[in-house]
Design a protein around this ligand. Structure first.
Ligand SMILES: Nc1nc2c(ncn2[C@@H]2O[C@H](COP(=O)(O)OP(=O)(O)OP(=O)(O)O)[C@@H](O)[C@H]2O)c(=O)[nH]1
Ligand SMILES: [Mg+2]
Length: 625
């Protein structure tokens, strides 16, 4: 489909219609403010663009040493190079404050995007100039449209030699049509940018200057917040934070009225009841800094301190004027793990918090700030069911908890079945694989075995771009196989699309566990013997226990081994041949890999120091095959 003529038509895009100006309504436009959410598929450059915009607006002092992707401030975010939590910042441009909300692009954190969209009036949609529309582009755009946000398209990474920006603009247009965008939403402005180089242009192939074209477009096209500043206070809690000086923080948008530091307010709970509290401090963001403010007005995105218990979605009001806003709707979880008290022989060696009480309290705290995670008690006091939107989201929770000193065991993820029209349905995902042509055969075959069906295939030079619909269940543990099959050159993206009738049985794991038969310390001698047959997860000199999984056998079925055997002294020979024993370094399994690898009768043991795989039943003779 051909897109309409997108003129950067300044006048006709003023979001204020004449009617709203004439009517004697308390609703007025805040010309000094714009609230913009930045959304895109993973890695399309959102956080880098925020860096560039901050720099353009002089948010950093000349001598200030700022890290790249400064908004990715969490440890795990920096290590992995991805945004996990959405964060807001603000810049001043031509007398207008633009409040920017950076969001995560990874599908597992879609819930995070969904809840912050309510704070914005427009969405800056980034799209990689080569990759184009990807699964998460569709997901976040659909959410933005359902919030009635007006999209502004930034075709980013225009510096890539293989860019195909014009096609990408058409892809976005088609996607908008498919998603049922309104005419106004279809008339989206387009900016061609390289966030990394800090340059952009309104014209494809035009002169690339700084990022002011992005800022100018925001001022022209992002609607000014239309708010009632005189009405009674309504503020909705969207994100929770914590500060060691001021305690719990609540981040959200002022929907109506004003809020002053020191005032008494109430929070309206989900059950309709309310608790009162005093607003001890109020903050706004100026650049990357948090600054204290005395008053917040409708339209502002602010941080409130003083309320110790609040849930995401609660409304803050004036006492006696409780008026709750609709709760924030989040897509339901799709996968579940069971988190239990560690009962391995090494339990308690490393962890500070190991009891079911401590684990339960920590999980309860997570739910308060992370609405896309659900916790359920099970019939066993020491086991908790934790559900979320994907393995990465759960892996990040597991990693965060172990860094805080927790120790526990995790079961294999299972999908969450939903009844749709009386039929049992399972989550299915849109999968996009961008791979070298030579790997196409094996990827298609593997995904077909996993009940995937191909929906499209395009050739881009020597690479193939394929789309599939695959049950989430079939994708557990697939990523590492995919990387092997594409020799590390493939890109794989997934995003939950919905629920479909259960697709039937899937093949099991085609490798088997290598299991230690003894407790003790691993020896080079025994590792040398076993490594001919299997890939090991442990190095020499490491403590292992009976029933611990120490490696991967190339064939299914258990391989029980003694990995702690010391070489007998009587046949000890110190020939040079012996001393030159070459040991393959152990394969270090990550949390996500482990979640995709373990079977129902196995567990991942997590401590602040170690990740161990184990059988649930440790004693070999008690384990049935
Ligand atoms: N070539 C090129 N690379 C870019 C550009 N913008 C960002 N990148 C790179 O793309 C990668 C991802 O950038 P991020 O800014 O973290 O992307 P993001 O959209 O915030 O990613 P998530 O938050 O994880 O969804 C980084 O390696 C950036 O350096 C660009 O304009 N050109
Ligand atoms: Mg980011």
């Amino acid at each position: 489909m051909l897109r309409n003529d997108f003129r950067h038509d300044l006048e006709s895009n003023n979001p204020q219609t004449p009617e709203t100006r004439i009517v004697m309504s308390p609703i007025a436009a805040r010309q000094d403010l714009r609230n913009v959410a930045i959304i895109a598929h993973v890695d399309h450059g959102k956080t880098t663009l925020v860096d560039g915009l901050l720099r353009t607006c002089g948010a950093f002092r000349a001598n200030e040493n700022v890290a790249e992707r400064v908004m990715d401030s969490g440890d795990i975010e920096r290590e992995r190079g991805i945004t996990i939590q959405s964060k807001s910042t603000s810049i001043e441009y031509q007398g207008v404050r633009i409040q920017l909300v950076d969001t995560p692009g990874h599908a597992d954190f879609g819930g995070e995007v969904e809840r912050v969209l309510g704070m914005a009036d427009a969405a800056l949609l980034l799209c990689d100039a080569y990759e184009g529309v990807m699964p998460q582009t569709r997901f976040v755009l659909r959410k933005a449209l359902s919030h009635g946000l007006r999209p502004i398209l930034v075709v980013n990474k225009i510096d890539r030699p293989e860019e195909r920006a014009e096609e990408v603009v058409n892809e976005v247009f088609d996607l908008l049509v498919e998603l049922g965008a309104t005419d106004t939403q279809l008339e989206f402005p387009v900016i061609y940018a390289s966030a990394k180089q800090g340059v952009s242009s309104l014209v494809y192939g035009g002169e690339m200057k700084d990022l002011t074209p992005v800022l100018d477009t925001i001022l022209r096209y992002a609607p000014t917040p239309m708010v009632d500043e005189e009405g009674s206070l309504q503020f909705q809690a969207v994100t929770l934070g914590y500060d060691s000086f001021v305690g719990r923080l609540v981040i959200g948008r002022m929907i109506r009225g004003k809020m002053q530091r020191g005032m008494t307010a109430i929070r309206v709970r989900e059950d309709g009841g309310s608790d009162s509290f005093r607003i001890t401090k109020l903050f706004g963001t100026r650049g990357i800094h948090r600054v204290e403010i005395e008053e917040a007005r409708a339209g502002d995105i602010v941080i409130v301190a003083g309320v110790e218990t609040i849930d995401v979605g609660d409304t803050v009001c004036e006492p006696g004027k409780a008026e709750a806003l609709p709760r924030i709707a989040i897509d339901p979880p799709t996968i579940r793990i069971h988190l239990s008290v560690n009962n391995s022989p090494f339990a308690g060696r490393d962890g500070k918090y190991v009891t079911s009480r401590q684990i339960g309290d920590r999980l309860d705290r997570e739910v308060m700030s992370n609405v896309s995670i659900k916790i359920e008690r099970t019939d066993r006091q020491d086991v908790f069911a934790v559900s979320g939107r994907g393995e990465l989201q759960l892996a990040v929770l597991i990693e965060t908890m172990r860094r805080e000193g927790y120790e526990f065991a995790v079961s294999r993820p299972e999908i969450i079945v939903q009844m749709v029209d009386g039929k049992a349905c399972e989550p299915v995902e849109e999968v996009v694989a961008d791979i070298p042509e030579t790997a196409a055969g094996s990827v298609m075959e593997k995904l077909a075995q996993r009940k995937g069906r191909m929906t499209s295939m395009e050739h881009h030079g020597a690479r193939v771009h394929m789309r599939f619909m695959v049950p989430s269940r079939g994708l557990f543990g697939y990523r590492s196989e995919f990387l092997t099959d594409t020799r590390g050159e493939g890109l794989l993206y997934r995003s939950v699309e919905g629920f479909e009738p259960i697709a039937g049985d899937l093949p099991g794991r085609n490798v088997g566990p290598v299991i230690s038969t003894d407790q003790g310390r691993t020896t080079p001698y025994s590792i040398f013997k076993i490594q001919e047959r299997a890939t090991l997860f442990v190095d020499p000199g490491v403590d292992v226990y009976e029933g611990q999984i120490v490696g991967e056998n190339r064939r299914p079925g258990e391989l029980n081994v003694n990995i702690t055997r010391a070489k007998k002294l009587d046949n000890m020979r110190t020939t040079s041949k012996d001393e030159n024993v070459v040991l393959t370094p152990a394969r270090k399994v990550t949390i996500e890999e482990a979640l995709g690898w373990i079977e129902d009768d196995e567990l991942l043991e997590v401590t602040p120091v170690e990740l161990r795989l184990r059988k649930k039943v440790l004693n070999q003779s008690f384990r049935k095959r």
